[in-house]
Design a protein around this ligand. Structure first.
Ligand code: ATP
Ligand code: LTN
Length: 334
């Protein structure tokens, strides 16, 4: 609880460019939640280096991502929008929590198993302890709610287990966070293979719409989107490609299912793709405009980064001091 509001924490990695799936499935919901909660939205760059990164690209992507948070509608005066690496408490708490997390628990994490298989040449210890760092992110701010996708469910359960274990030993130190899964139906699928989710790490750039794609690129990607060989535009699980296009149309225009399907009656797939493309372009245009203004306004963005990191550090230090005292570290002489 901060200033009479519950606390919310979430973060995204700056690996790859943000997709329409990330926006409709996460970022857009964050904007809605940001009025109700005291929010911390982090660009989790410490997590990113569990996979090898090009330093210049990582720095640039992280700045783009932070600017996108703001461009999408998160007010940096009301929400704490910051780089994880600017708050050393994340790494410090992560170390302490790792001493309260079992190898067996971490070995069961499916994301670790998946990523280890995908990056067989770099199964580093950070990849293994990734969920502990995530627990530290959340617990550092005494977070009440964490909006996450389904794939993070297991990590959130582990965070709760670690917090409960710590509290059991030392008393009431951490708030026990709840997951917030949002409404279903916002899962956007790949434009090239509707059985896979649209993902920023997809190797085929035509599979994903990136938030900063130019309008003509967006139109072209929709034109090339894979569909079935039928012609009927109906909303059904049996036609996953058409369903996905309609889902995107509904999510970007706010039009309901019946009205959307009715508006495409008698029209062909080409027209559907064109109209969905136009809807996405219109939805992203104001975000892209704000993003471009922010990136150009270096002083403003740097100011936001600095002041928000200070704010995050203030709250993080409070929790960290409490934890350090509980585990028996010497008190600092002022
Ligand atoms: P990666 O490919 O690096 O795993 P990703 O694009 O799958 O990345 P994440 O960084 O895992 O995205 O997720 C960031 C947030 O976006 C999460 O809350 C996740 O649930 C949401 N998200 C990601 N992809 C989609 C999608 N296709 N539809 C809806 N929500 C999504
Ligand atoms: N692991 C998450 C990103 C993430 C996160 C967090 C999300 C890191 N720390 C804390 C919520 C709360 C991901 O890859 N989507």
């Amino acid at each position: 609880m901060l200033d009479g509001k519950k606390t919310l924490f979430s973060g995204m990695q700056a690996t790859g460019q943000l997709t329409l799936g990330n926006y409709l499935g996460a970022l857009k919901n964050w904007v809605h939640l940001s009025d109700e909660y005291q929010c911390f939205f982090s660009v989790v760059d410490l997590h990113s280096i569990t996979v090898r990164q090009n330093p210049t690209e990582l720095r640039q992507r992280a700045r783009n991502l932070l600017a996108l948070y703001i461009a999408a509608g998160l007010d940096p005066e009301k929400n704490c929008i910051y780089y994880q690496s600017h708050v050393s408490g994340h790494a410090e708490l992560s170390w302490i929590l790792s001493c309260y997390t079992y190898m067996g628990e971490l070995s069961r994490m499916t994301q670790f198993k998946d990523k280890a298989a995908k990056h067989a040449d770099n199964i580093n210890a950070g990849l293994f302890t990734y969920p502990v760092l995530m627990a530290a992110d959340i617990l550092l701010y005494q977070t009440d709610v964490v909006p996450v996708g389904d794939d993070q469910r297991q990590h959130l359960e582990l965070t709760r287990d670690i917090a409960l274990r710590f509290n059991h030993i030392y008393g009431d130190v951490f708030t026990i966070p709840e997951a917030y899964y949002g409404k279903s139906g916002a899962r956007i699928m790949s434009l090239q293979d509707a059985s896979k989710k649209m993902s920023k790490s997809d190797e085929n750039p035509n599979a994903s719409i990136y938030l900063l794609d130019a309008p003509e690129v967006i139109m072209r990607k929709f034109k090339r989107a894979v569909t079935d060989s039928d012609t009927k535009i109906i909303y059904t699980e049996q036609k996953p490609e058409i369903k996905n296009l309609l889902d995107i149309y509904m999510a970007t225009t706010g039009i309901g299912e019946q009205e959307a399907v009715a508006s495409f009656e008698g029209k062909g797939y080409a027209k559907l793709k064109e109209e969905v493309g136009e809807a996405v372009v219109a939805c992203l245009e104001p975000i892209q405009k704000r993003h471009s203004d922010l990136i150009k306004n270096k002083d403003y963005l740097d100011g936001v980064i600095k002041s928000n990191a200070e704010k995050a550090n203030y709250y993080a230090a409070k929790t960290l001091r409490k934890v350090q005292k509980k585990v028996g570290f010497p008190v600092r002489v002022r």
